[in-house]
Design a binder for this molecule. Structure first.
Ligand code: UTP
Length: 438
């Protein structure tokens, strides 16, 4: 067994792990070798080989602005009714992506546990839970909420829901946790780093791990058994994310879509969001900002803008039947490489805390499902209604900028209904505690 694992590691260029195993106590050796040998080395090395490959030629996608384009009131109502029918029939489930390490924000714990405010105890998880509860009450059916967690977030996330689900109004059994996989971080020579003696430096396999997990953990069959037709996905760090939007769901029904994604016009050509595009085969795809060529330099007095300006806000709807077919056909999402700072042990076993990116992490992206779809569309929404990301400790896309956007949305909502604002929302942005300037 040990010999077989060692051979596999040597063939994958990971001999240093075999040498490391020899330095471990005998009772730990076999477990380390077999865990290391079980990593998908061929796939990892092909992903590394593909780094820097040019992005295929892309064009702007066809985009529907349902709120605007369906400007006849009756037509919009008809589409919304279709979506509401799905919700009332219990045919929609939603998957909250909450497995990320949140390294940029630097909060000690899952981002979902970040206290968002304005009142005490209003964490991002609570905000998302309350939205699900509101939709469940409105449509008379508890919407199943799946929460994607990783080794980095599972324990604290389960604890938060165990402690609060009832107070947040969730029904027993309404929430299920899905644990995504991990992949080893690699050095510049493609060799796996060690986090500690007998332990590889592992990181969550990206939000695309959601597909790998639902495909392998029987979730798609479970969804079908629960009579669910559409699975929507959204991100824990966007408190305005509307994943149960009847217009989006109704449009999926109307157009018999396999996939739909929400878009906003990018604030600037270099805004850090993925962009929607159409490839030469006519397929819709999303390209991560880090993989796009730099936008053209603006020339003075010239209003030329990057042609790919439809930014993804990472709210998607997928047909459950279609996901099931993909899983049955053995489809996997590709790996993408990103340079990151990864603490590790050096050759002599000393711990290194890098100050600059020193390693490659490999991740799958959930939106790589799009080019697999024959019928996928882009649904443009109002940015100020739906997008308030929390990514950084200060400045752009920070807790403070997100709170300002959420506060404005809450005010608009109350004003449009001529309702009085609750006292805790009457905070001016500058009165909100938080890092950085409002
Ligand atoms: P990001 O790509 O912004 O990553 O995730 P992050 O972990 O939140 O933050 P950084 O990049 O380390 O600073 C976007 C969404 O995808 C989820 C995150 O939880 C977030 O909701 N995600 C990301 C996962 O569920 N799993 C992953 O492996 C990565």
């Amino acid at each position: 067994m040990n010999a077989e694992a060692s051979q596999r590691l040597a063939a994958a260029g990971q001999e240093h792990l075999v040498r490391h195993a020899e330095s471990l106590p005998e009772d730990e050796r076999a477990a380390f070798l077999s865990a290391a040998a079980a990593q998908p080395w061929e796939e990892l090395s092909s992903a590394l080989d593909a780094v820097g490959s040019p992005v295929p030629e892309l064009r702007p996608p066809q985009t529907y602005s349902l709120g605007r384009q369906l400007n006849q009131h009756e037509e919009r109502k008809r589409i919304r009714n279709l979506g509401q029918g799905l919700l009332a029939g219990g045919r929609v489930a939603t998957l909250l992506l909450a497995g990320g390490q949140g390294t940029r924000l630097g909060y000690a714990g899952p981002k979902g546990n970040v206290e968002f405010g304005p009142d005490e105890g209003r964490t991002l998880y609570r905000i998302h839970a309350e939205r699900i509860v509101a939709a469940s009450e409105k449509y008379g059916r508890p919407v199943p909420l799946y929460v994607l967690v990783s080794a980095a977030t599972e324990e604290a996330t389960r604890a938060a829901f165990d402690e609060n689900s009832e107070a947040w109004g969730l029904q027993p059994g309404q929430v299920r946790f899905l644990v995504q996989g991990t992949l080893p971080a690699l050095d510049d020579d493609g060799r796996a780093l060690l986090a500690a003696p007998g332990q590889l430096a592992l990181a969550p396999d990206g939000h695309g791990g959601a597909f790998e997990t639902v495909a392998s953990a029987g979730v798609l069959s479970e969804l079908r058994d629960r009579g669910v037709d559409v699975l929507t996905t959204y991100q824990v760090d966007n408190p305005l994310g509307r994943s149960l939007d009847p217009l989006m769901l109704g449009w999926m029904v109307e157009r018999r879509l396999q996939a739909i994604g929400k878009a906003v016009r990018k604030a600037t050509p270099d805004e850090k969001v993925g962009v929607f595009a159409r490839d030469l085969k006519g397929r819709t795809r999303i390209v991560e900002y880090s993989e796009l060529p730099p936008p053209p330099e603006p020339t003075p007095g010239d209003a030329v803008e990057s042609p790919l300006m439809m930014g993804s806000i990472a709210i998607h709807g997928f047909s459950v039947r279609w996901l099931h077919d993909l899983a049955q056909a053995g489809q996997h999402l590709p790996l993408h490489a990103a340079r990151k700072k990864v603490p590790h042990l050096d050759e002599s076993g000393n711990r290194v805390e890098p100050s600059e990116p020193n390693a490659t992490k490999l991740e799958r992206f959930i939106f790589d499902l799009f080019p697999m779809a024959e019928r996928a569309e882009v649904h443009e929404v109002k940015r100020e209604w739906e997008f308030a990301p929390v990514k950084n400790p200060e400045g752009v896309d920070s807790l403070v900028s997100s709170r300002v956007l959420v506060d404005a949305e809450v005010r608009r909502w109350h004003e449009s209904r001529r309702l009085e604002l609750p006292a805790e929302v009457r905070l001016a942005p500058r009165e909100i505690d938080g890092p950085g300037d409002a």
